[in-house]
Every structure is written in C-alpha cells, then in structure tokens.
Design a protein around this ligand. Structure first.
Ligand SMILES: NC(=O)c1ccc[n+]([C@@H]2O[C@H](COP(=O)([O-])OP(=O)(O)OC[C@H]3O[C@@H](n4cnc5c(N)ncnc54)[C@H](O)[C@@H]3O)[C@@H](O)[C@H]2O)c1
Length: 436
C-alpha cells in the first residue's frame, strides 16, 4: 500500500519505518525539516532501539522517504496516518492545535484528489475528537463526505518508547474504529502481518480505549507505589508481596472486577480498605489513591439517586435484589441497601424482592438483623415478584441475578434502572444503564 505519515516524532518515525519494512511505500511528512533530512539520509530523528537500522535499510530500498511537502505526501498515498503531538494545555485539557492544523492541511489536499483516501488517527485524542473536530474540518475544507468520499479511522498507538519497534510487531492489541466497511477492510489487510488480538469498534470506543488503557497503567503504578510505601513503613518487602499478588491471575491480574457497574460492598472490601488506609495514616504513609476508594464508592451510591432517580416523576420503586451480590443473603455494607435507605428517607414508596434475603427472613443469621436493625427493610420485602413489579413504576435492578433479565424483557411500560447490566437493552427508551 502507499502510506503517508504526518508527524515524524516518536510514533510517526517508528510507524513509517515499520510499515516500509513490511513492504509498503511510505512517505513521512513533518514541518520540521531537520527530522525530514535525517530520515532521508537514513538516520533516526529520535533515539530508539533498532530504528536507525530500519530507516536506513528502507530508505536505501526506496520504500521510505520524508518530505515537508504535504501535497507530495497525500498525492503519493492512499492512507494518511496522523501522528502529530497532542500535549496538555495549562489547565490539563488536550491541546488539539497540531491535530487541527494537520486536519486543515489534509482537507486542502484531499479537495484536489478524486480517489478514496483514508485518514487514520494514530495520535491520542479524546473521545469525540474524530467525529466532532477532525472529520468536520476535513469535510468542510475538502467538500467531501467521511465514510463515502474518504475514510476516517481511529487507530490508537500502544507502543512504548525504548521498545517501540518490538511493540509495533507485538502489540497488546490492534484497535480500529471507523464508519465504513471499505476502511475496515483495508485496515484488516494492512495489519494482516500481525499475530495479535484485533478489534473493530466504533470510532469513539477506539478513542476511549486508549484513555482507559493509560489511566489504568497510571493507576497500576500508583497502586504498587502506595503498597510499597506502606510495606516500607511496616518493614515488609513489597516486591515479595506484589510478586504473589501478581501471580493471582483469577482475581488480581484478570478481567474480574473490571466491568463498570455499581458500588462495591459486602463484608470484606469496605472494611479492609478502611483498615489499611487507617494503618497507612498511622505510620505516616501518604496513600491518596487508596484513600480515594471509599469516597469514590460512596459517590457511586449518591449519583444513582441524583442522576437517574431524582429526575423521574414517580416515587414508587421496586428494588430487585438487596444483598450486595446475587446468590447470597449477606446484607453487610450492601450498597443497594444503602441506596434503598436513602430513598426511604426521601419519601419514596419502596417494595423489595430478593429471594435469598427472604429465605434469611425465615431462618439463618440475618433473621435477627432484619427483625431488629433492618425492620424498615424487612417490612418492605415481598416474595411476590409480579406484585412487586405491578405496584410500582420504576424497577431498580440491584444485583446481577439472572431472573432479573426476564423482568427487563417483559416490562416495557416501567422505567428500568439497571445497576448491573443484567441485559443489554440500552437502545430501549424505558431502560437506563448507569455506565453504558
Ligand atoms: N510517544 C509515545 O510513546 C506514544 C505512544 C502512544 C501514543 N502516543 C501519541 O502519539 C502522538 C504523537 O506522539 P509523539 O510522542 O510521537 O509526538 P512528538 O512530539 O514526538 O512528534 C510529533 C511530530 O509532529 C510534528 N508536527 C506537528 N504539527 C505538524 C503538522 N501540522 N504537520 C506535520 N507534522 C507536524 C512535529 O514536528 C513532531 O515531529 C501523541 O498524541 C501521543 O499522545 C505517543
């Protein structure tokens, strides 16, 4: 394929050299003539393992060259990869100056082209930037329509400096978001040399994945450092702790607990986070990340009321599932129980259905708890699911019990607030998902 790369910094130089190395004709473009001259003379514009070798071999083979002339780059390619910088503004916001300038210049050149051209965003840009900023600029200036006359692809970069070439060939994943089948097809072919997970998603999903990734990586580093700080104060070898921690690929280094949903609760997580952060404070280990967990979790409960329940007209709510997760009667620190208490306090008329807690009402450890401390919950429990639903206007799905999926399917006349994504019905008007 014929590929142009706009912006020859860390990402652009590596992409250019590697795509050329895969046999494509690559023309790199940068406004910085020094970088352009370096590449044309077979030298790397940045320090990166093996890059100079890749550049010199491919320049010599005639598959790679660089220019400051965008027209030359666009005219001689069918795909243009944008890899200009997206630094921070003083207030933290993303600075799109280079992206906008590149988009305007590309729009000008596309005006003069009559073949289908793909513009691929490799730079990291916030969700919505493709559809709300870059595409409108290119469309307005070129007079062409995205998805019809030209393709727009969001294809975030996952390389790490210092291992960039190895990462190019061994990415954790490839993510491609676009709006037309032709662009998906061309990118499938472009990346056919890779043996890595490949995801085709919407443009905004592709854009957001990169931010979820980097925020998660930052969270991991900060988490490990805070555990290290506490360990140091307590005379414990943090590397021994984290080695064992990381060996747990069921609960720790896994997809478990990683689905957006409702607050955490139960008999362990809240009490143990509280105990560890108290201990950290007592030994002067400053742990802002760990300290933020309980307040962020409490906010999750309040926001369900403020964002989703308060704006509704009705005050009649059926709560399905009151224990902190399905298949248990454990009510200790159940966040849905806290939310229900908040609603009762605000005058909502509540009915609760939870077969496991109902069982505990007859016998078991929670009998006394329900009768003596949670009598305000006890009196609202019912074993008649149909009646609980019929008598109310809003259905609050409180835990992930499978039987609640049927309730969502069959009750189209009720407003359903799903805290767990028991089922994917976000396209339906009566369904409210709290994080999707
Ligand atoms: N560096 C990384 O490890 C890395 C990894 C993944 C993603 N990213 C993302 O990739 C993007 C690029 O990062 P980078 O580190 O390569 O940036 P960089 O600053 O090293 O390079 C950007 C290049 O773009 C050029 N440029 C600016 N405006 C231009 C224009 N109008 N036309 C042509 N060239 C122009 C600059 O001269 C510069 O050479 C950023 O969005 C970054 O967040 C970077």
């Amino acid at each position: 394929m014929n590929i142009s790369v706009v912006g020859l910094g860390y990402v652009g130089a590596v992409c250019s050299a590697c795509f050329a190395n895969e046999g494509h004709n690559v023309i790199g473009m940068d406004i910085d003539a020094v970088k352009v001259d370096l590449i044309n003379s077979g030298k790397a514009p940045i320090v990166e393992k093996d890059l100079e070798d890749y550049i010199s071999r491919n320049v010599k083979a005639g598959r790679l060259k660089a220019t400051t002339d965008l027209k030359e780059a666009i005219d001689n390619s069918d795909i243009t990869i944008i890899s200009v910088g997206t630094p921070s503004e003083a207030n933290g916001n993303i600075n799109l100056q280079y992206i906008k300038e590149a988009a305007k210049a590309i729009g000008e050149k596309l005006k003069e082209k009559d073949t289908f051209h793909i513009v691929s965003m490799r730079s990291t840009v916030l969700p919505g930037t493709g559809k709300n900023v870059v595409i409108p600029i290119i469309e307005e200036i070129s007079g062409k329509k995205a998805g019809v006359d030209f393709g727009y692809v969001s294809n975030p970069e996952f390389l790490r400096e210092s291992t960039a070439i190895w990462d190019f060939y061994n990415p954790p994943k490839t993510v491609v978001g676009t709006m037309d089948e032709n662009s998906y097809k061309i990118f499938r072919e472009l990346y056919s040399f890779l043996n890595a997970p490949y995801f085709e998603v919407e443009i905004e999903v592709a854009e957001m994945i990169k931010y979820a990734d980097n925020s998660w990586h930052a969270t991991k580093v900060t988490f490990a450092n805070e555990i290290g700080m506490i360990c140091k104060k307590l005379g414990i070898d943090s590397h021994k702790v984290m080695n064992v921690f990381c060996a747990d690929t069921k609960l720790n280094i896994s997809s478990y607990y990683m689905k957006p949903g409702f607050a955490f609760g139960g008999s362990c997580l809240p009490k143990d986070v509280r105990a560890l952060t108290y201990k950290a404070k007592s030994v002067d280990a400053n742990t802002p990340l760990l300290n933020s967990l309980m307040s962020s979790n409490e906010y999750q409960i309040k926001r369900i009321y403020n964002e989703f329940i308060k704006p509704l007209r009705s005050k009649k709510i059926a709560v399905l599932g009151i224990s902190f997760k399905p298949n248990t009667d454990d009510l200790r620190e159940s966040p849905i129980l806290e939310l229900t208490e908040l609603l009762i306090g605000k005058g909502y008329k509540i009915k609760i259905y939870d077969p496991n807690v109902l069982k505990a009402k007859e016998e078991g450890a929670n009998k006394a708890l329900l009768e003596n401390e949670l009598w305000h919950i006890n009196e609202k429990l019912s074993n008649n699911l149909d009646k609980v639903i019929q008598e109310n206007d809003i259905i609050l799905i409180g835990n992930g019990s499978k039987e609640f999926a049927d309730v969502i399917q069959t009750n189209k006349d009720k407003t359903i607030i799903d805290l767990m994504r028991v089922i994917d019905k976000k396209s339906e008007n009566n369904y409210i998902g709290i994080g999707w």
